[in-house]
Design a protein. Sequence first.
Length: 947
Amino acid sequence: MLGRLAIRQIPRYYTVSSRLINNSHQLSLRNVPAIRRLALVGLRRPFHSSANLLHRTASAEHGMATCGNPAPAFKFERLPTNAEPTHYDVRLSPCLNQFSFEGLATVDVTIKEATDVLKVHAQSLLIQSVSLVANSGDAPKKLDTTYDDKLNILSIKLPSVLQPQRVQLIFKFIGELNDKMRGFYRSQYKDKDGSEKFLASTQFESTYARLAFPCFDEPIYKATFDVTLEVDSHLTALSNMNVISETPTTDGKRKVVKFATTPKMSSYLVAFAVGELEYISTKTNSGVEMRVYTVPGKKEQGQYSLDLSAKCIDWYNEWFDIPYPLPKCDLIAIPDFSMGAMENWGLVTYREIALLVDPGVTSTRQKSRVALVVAHELAHLWFGNLVTMKWWTDLWLKEGFASFMEYMFVGANCPEFKIWLHFLNDELASGMGLDGLRNSHPIEVEIDNPNELDEIYDSITYAKSNSVNRMLCYYLSEPVFQKGLRIYLKKFQYSNAVTQDLWSALSEASGQNVNELMSGWTQQMGFPVLNVSQRQDGNNRVLTVEQRRFISDGGEDPKNSLWQVPITVSVGSAPSDVKARFLLKEKQQEFVVEGVAPGEWVKLNSGTTGFYRVEYSDEMLTAMLPDIASRKMPVLDRFGLINDLSALLNTGRVSIAQFVQVAASSANEDEYVVWGAIDEGMSKLLACSREMSEETLKSAKQLIVKMFEKTGAELGFAEQSGEDSQKMMLRALVQARLARAGHQPTIDKFNQMFTDFLEKGTPIHPDIRLATFGVVARSTGKEGFDKLMNLRETTTFQEIERQAMIAMSQTPEQPLLAQLFEYGFEKNKVRPQDQLYLFLGTGSTHMGQQYAWQYFCEHIKEFLEKYGGANSSLFQRCLKFAGESFGNEKRAVEFQDFFCNCKDLTDTDRQTLARPIGQTVEAIRLNARLLEANRSIIENLLKQSNL
Ligand code: BES
Ligand code: ZN
């Protein structure tokens, strides 16, 4: 077991600082979100043979059949284009006691080509009748239907061939308020008296509007919607638009709430919410009514998001130069929510933890995440809602841009978070972590069957797209980038677009061929590493730069991919300036940087704005070390350099000893993010050492104590006045590392803080709380475990609940872990949306890893059932967590074989899961590889360190 290789990035709302969770033993490959179809082929030869590597590459990249069997021949079909909806009138009458709803949907359809059949999506609905009105005023005529349950398509037989014309389809149906967090579903919570309550809300993206009413459920079919909800009188009913009327039913028990007509929009953006809700409200400067809705008792925790969202709407109005078109925008916190948040137009839904903040209790990291999530969803109101991708292949057009805009907004409006520093780790490094795998996929990813969709909401679609946008923004300059986006949004508003349309708009704004520059980044998977060497020529420095695809295992790129790489250069005499700019187009090119003194260092990728890594000659790297040590080199560059080195560890091109040397020269480092990059390398050292021998592990720990001790002593545990928001996070990181390295005084101090908190009520600073819980769980056995369990049971605050759970999952004692899993999964004491946290800390011990894997294997059937199938992203995350910390070939094979032979999976499931499985297997092999490449290096390093 080599610790967490985190392939599937836990999306941001989920994340706790991953560093604080597993960091000691993790080989973080970081953040791999869900994935797509890929090979599970053979791969049984010994790890080292390079022939095997090529074989693996070829099969992985050609997406060959799974488990040696040909993939099932299921032919996916989209709706035919002979008809399109223009308007829907949707009336739903949900019953929160019976978990069901009755519905009536009238759809105005334009027939564009003569046809005798119309097709719409519907799923898990009991269709009572379908009728047609061909000419207004005619009596509705009942029609026959057939249903394809693989495609979720209802085919409606028309009475005769109808010529192009407008018709109305009327559907009467009954649906279920399910508990799978998709479609129109129910959430459960306890009110203040402890009694069980339900609310109903929706999650329609990507393909779940069809669970609530029959519709043309593809993003291209934009229409207007009139929504009417009939609900119990004491409940609040919400939808995308403002209420235009509320009428009691004749018996007075229910009320009929009608909402204004929406703008033209795609079906996945429709939303409803019904329940006992309370709210706080404000108005934007532009006059939009903003509200935050919660279940009773929590509305005050919405204040932070409410204020920020109002500011955000005004800021985007200006930035995009298009005013938000609806009169209102509600943000609602939903107790059961599978994703982080969802950008329904006018009714944005969030999981509670992604929206609600308690100023004294929420950690800085979590608060900044709330700011990012709020800004992300509101950016979608333009990128996604106003302009929508034609098909899911271009999903990045909304997710990548909403992700970039969230940083633009938070960077400009919440300077206290220093968010661009975090961007590097959370986005750039995360995107590269996944994209360095052979089982990655291009940003523009072919989507055939939307069943594959959940798994492309991943670090490629989010973090890589985001980073590539940032790179382009720097390359074109922000004003030009903004101008291009404004052109794009205006041109395609209330309509749909493809990636090429965006490049055209940016080309128009910049006068450059943006398509030529960018298509390599969005159409090829992977990214380049630049190999640089130099020679001095008088007063000039001549750089030789060669590009090749960065692959985490250090192997060959079967495709010989090339990118157009925007290169910036900075030099020792002016570290913060961009001294020169080049565009690398060929495999290898020479560039001359003028006016560089001999001996002066030269660094590429100034400000780490590019989505590529750089590998320097020894001479070039050594020249930079003094300015890393003195922090004369800017922080974004220090991070980039160290993170590149840490990534190169797995390729075998940089050794752990070289990394430790650079880390040692960073003894005066004072920035949290840079320490994070150093710490990650240290966790790789520990992970490998643990596999070697007890003795080696002990020495490695001693080395780490030696390296971190001074900083730990200087930082102490308590917040000092005048510190910035990063200091407490740094303190938590360094002290947690010392504790994991077995530094007893640090462990004692953490345990004391926990005891004082429980016994005397002495508060633990929110930013060091998870670190504290973790130490307690790892070092105090059943006693600490029980206290954490009690805390989880009694706290009403979600972040604390989650942190206690993550901490408990790091227990080194199997009976306690078994107790935790039983509590969370079998007794269902943990909401399904949060159950993946139980896997999160298990990678920190061999026992935990083994337990989690075995548990997953034994309970896969229940997992599939609970999360709604193999395409559920929650299911896929559990799958990855269950395996990715393993570190040897045997485990890689075992992992793969399990899915090939598992009786609870269908061939379609196997197809859906091929990429997540492929990525996890690759991650396990990378762990193994790191160890083998560094065994003797580590032995020597530890011998020479005079411990
Ligand atoms: N549109 C997504 C939500 C979504 C994701 C729906 C996957 C269906 C499938 C939303 O805008 C989003 O991106 N949410 C993120 C949080 C965000 C801050 C990155 C999420 O839920 O992970
Ligand atoms: Zn999004």
